[in-house]
Design a protein around this ligand. Structure first.
Ligand SMILES: [Fe+2]
Length: 181
């Protein structure tokens, strides 16, 4: 599947602009971290783009989230490593590989970064830096849905929290037009 085909699939399944922006942010972050680790950027990016593909179809049955995606992805010929990463981000299986841990930690981090941009005086990603994100990270009630333990699990990648936030921020700043921030 090409990136264009995957994006069309995402737009069809996820419909809502905020959901589509979320997966674009995860895609860009996975692409960047793959580059950092010397892995395949387009493969990792595709995992990020498709990780929530079944979100709306499973919204009334959250236990099915990623299980339905796994069926769809297998039908379309995605390999086991790809499907394992998608399932591990919802803790259906234990995250193991660098790809699994990247998706696992990137997913909530994009929410923290969006919330930080919206409360920043600049109302933009361009105005943010890692210091600002670290302060928001430490405020437990700020963007409480962005689970801090899941973000901090970036330690499994051998990255400090500052380094990890720096990568996600830079990746998201690189697509700020798509994100409308
Ligand atoms: Fe997600």
């Amino acid at each position: 599947m090409t990136r264009d085909e995957a994006l069309k699939w995402v737009e069809r399944e996820l419909e809502k602009p905020n959901l589509i922006k979320h997966v674009l942010a995860v895609e860009a972050s996975c692409r960047r971290l793959a580059g950092h680790f010397g892995e395949d950027p387009e493969y990792w990016a595709m995992v990020g783009l498709l990780h929530d593909i079944d979100y709306l179809k499973t919204i009334d049955d959250p236990d099915r989230h990623t299980r339905l995606a796994a069926e769809w992805l297998a039908e379309k010929g995605f390999d086991d490593k790809f499907i394992y990463a998608v399932m591990s981000h919802a803790e259906r299986v234990e995250p193991k590989s660098k790809l699994d841990w990247t998706l696992f930690s990137v997913d909530p981090t994009t929410g923290l970064v969006v919330a930080a941009a919206l409360m920043h005086p600049s109302k933009s990603l361009a105005g943010l830096d890692v210091g600002f994100l670290m302060k928001r990270f430490k405020e437990k009630r700020f963007a409480a849905g962005a689970r801090r333990e899941s973000i901090a699990a970036c330690s499994n990648l051998g990255l400090s929290l500052e380094e990890f936030l720096g990568h996600v921020l830079a990746a998201m700043q690189g697509i700020s037009d798509d994100l409308g921030l």
